[in-house]
Ligand binder design. Structure first.
Ligand code: HAM
Length: 427
């Protein structure tokens, strides 16, 4: 076969059926759970003014190295970026529309990060997520975390661990960063050159290092939860108590740092045991009090999370959970009498609410029956010259007995419904 001239760009891929149906079902499950917990959907643009994302941290990889930036055709051109995540967009929308707090929203859709592609890491990937903006109450943290936990449970995933930490308030952070900086400087001889450079710019991120040579210095480093102010410690305590009350299992992970800089107090991540450790985060989130104000809004706390749809599905594959969806085609029309009957019959069946499909191009009975099997339909409605002459159609059960009988063409939809419901006469 000739090589195609064009392929999907590096780090992106086509999601084909039936996998696309499975993804849609996953998103729709999330949407349903979020809707029923009082969250409404936010649909925001896929690109924003680049300034919206700058607060994610000028030193973070997401902003400094991974943003897809573009200039539009305006005069002067506007500097835009494809969204690398949705929390900043949600806060921008909150500032723009000033909804009554707490503003509980959920979202889904593609995000863009110019990362080195590998299994579970793409340049275009999909997230589902939820945010509560305008709530400082630790009960909001508990609600958001629990929503994600219950979603994983509903998918049938068993191997997802919840890791939680507190990153304190900005004032606690500066005292802690000084202590961490001192520690890393006194151990700089043991650090990798990369970690040494990172330590100067952003010591917190060294805790995230996956390099074996950094392990010892990271293990002995001071941790944030020992440097919390009384208010931040009390908040963390309340979040933990809330999770305990609900029986939500979690691990306190004092070295958990997130790849985005806006977090204060609660930070959490979900790790899937079925995935390679480098890409085992199937979701993450935390509190971002201060982000709304940074974007020009009123003081408002915020808490939320985003889950990676691509990685969740990989984790489901690894665990054999949330399998492929069943076919939406219930009836396959096999027409060996010219094809005009199939056109009418499919329309009749679809209007009666049945999932119906057919073949095109006047193919043989055998070829059409093969397509009928492949479609996943439970029934075939067969129209041959005999049936056509008699104004009838043959109903054939494809899944069970293979039994077949004729009904009048006009009664085809009713017969199909009865057959699918198991109430057809003679069963
Ligand atoms: P994040 O940790 O950057 O957080 O991303 C959340 C999830 O998106 C990750 O755990 C992962 O499953 C998925 N993900 C991230 N990058 C990729 C990639 N290149 N390929 C595939 N999947 C990926 C956020 O985005 C925050 N906005 C979460 C949040 C909401 N915090 C507060 N509210």
């Amino acid at each position: 076969m000739a090589q195609p001239r064009f392929r999907a760009p590096r780090g992106t891929r086509d999601i084909l059926p039936p996998e696309s149906t499975r993804r849609r079902e996953l998103v729709s499950r999330f949407a349903d759970m979020a809707d029923r917990a009082g969250y409404g959907q936010l649909e925001s643009p896929v690109f924003e003014d680049v300034g919206v994302f700058q607060r994610l941290g000028p030193d973070t990889d997401v902003v400094a190295k991974e943003m897809f930036e573009l200039h539009d055709r305006g005069d002067p051109p506007q500097h835009l970026a494809l969204r690398p995540e949705l929390t900043a967009s949600a806060c921008r929308a909150y500032v723009e529309h000033r909804p009554t707090p707490p503003w509980k929203i959920w979202y889904e859709g593609p995000q863009f990060r110019y990362e080195r592609p590998q299994a579970g890491r793409y340049r275009q990937f999909s997230q589902v997520g939820a945010e509560v903006i305008g709530a400082e109450d630790p009960a909001a943290d508990v609600e958001a975390i629990t929503l994600a936990v219950r979603f994983f449970e509903a998918l049938g995933l068993r191997g997802v661990r919840l890791l939680v930490n507190s990153l304190g308030d900005p004032a606690d952070r500066s005292a802690y960063l000084a202590a961490l900086g001192d520690h890393l400087r006194s151990h700089s001889g043991e650090l990798s050159p990369q970690a040494r450079a990172t330590a100067e710019r952003n010591p917190l991120r060294v805790l995230d290092s996956k390099r074996p040579e950094d392990r010892a210095a990271v293990a002995s480093a001071p941790v944030m939860i020992d440097h919390l102010s009384p208010a931040a410690a009390e908040h963390f305590e309340a979040v933990r108590a809330g999770l305990d009350d609900l029986g939500v299992a979690y691990e306190i992970c004092p070295r958990l740092v997130r790849g985005l800089d806006y977090y204060v107090r609660t930070a959490f991540e979900f790790a899937a045991s079925g995935l390679d450790v480098a890409q085992d985060a199937v979701g993450g989130g935390g509190r971002y009090d201060g982000l709304v104000e940074d974007l020009g809004g009123p003081p408002a706390g915020g808490i939320g999370f985003a889950l990676g749809v691509d990685r969740i599905l990989l984790a489901c594959d690894a665990e054999g959970a949330f399998g492929p969806s069943t076919s939406a085609v219930e009836v396959f029309v096999v027409d060996v009498a010219g094809g005009a009957a199939a056109t009418k019959l499919c329309d009749q069946l679809r209007r009666a609410g049945l999932g119906a499909d057919r073949a095109f191009g006047g193919r043989s009975m055998k070829a059409q029956m093969k397509l009928a099997d492949r479609s996943g339909a439970a029934l075939a409605l067969i129209v041959g010259p005999d049936e056509l002459a008699a104004g009838e159609v043959t109903v054939r059960d494809l899944h069970g007995s293979g039994r077949q009988y004729r009904v009048r063409l006009g009664d085809a939809a009713e017969a199909a419904w009865a057959e699918l419901a198991g109430t057809a006469p003679g069963r």
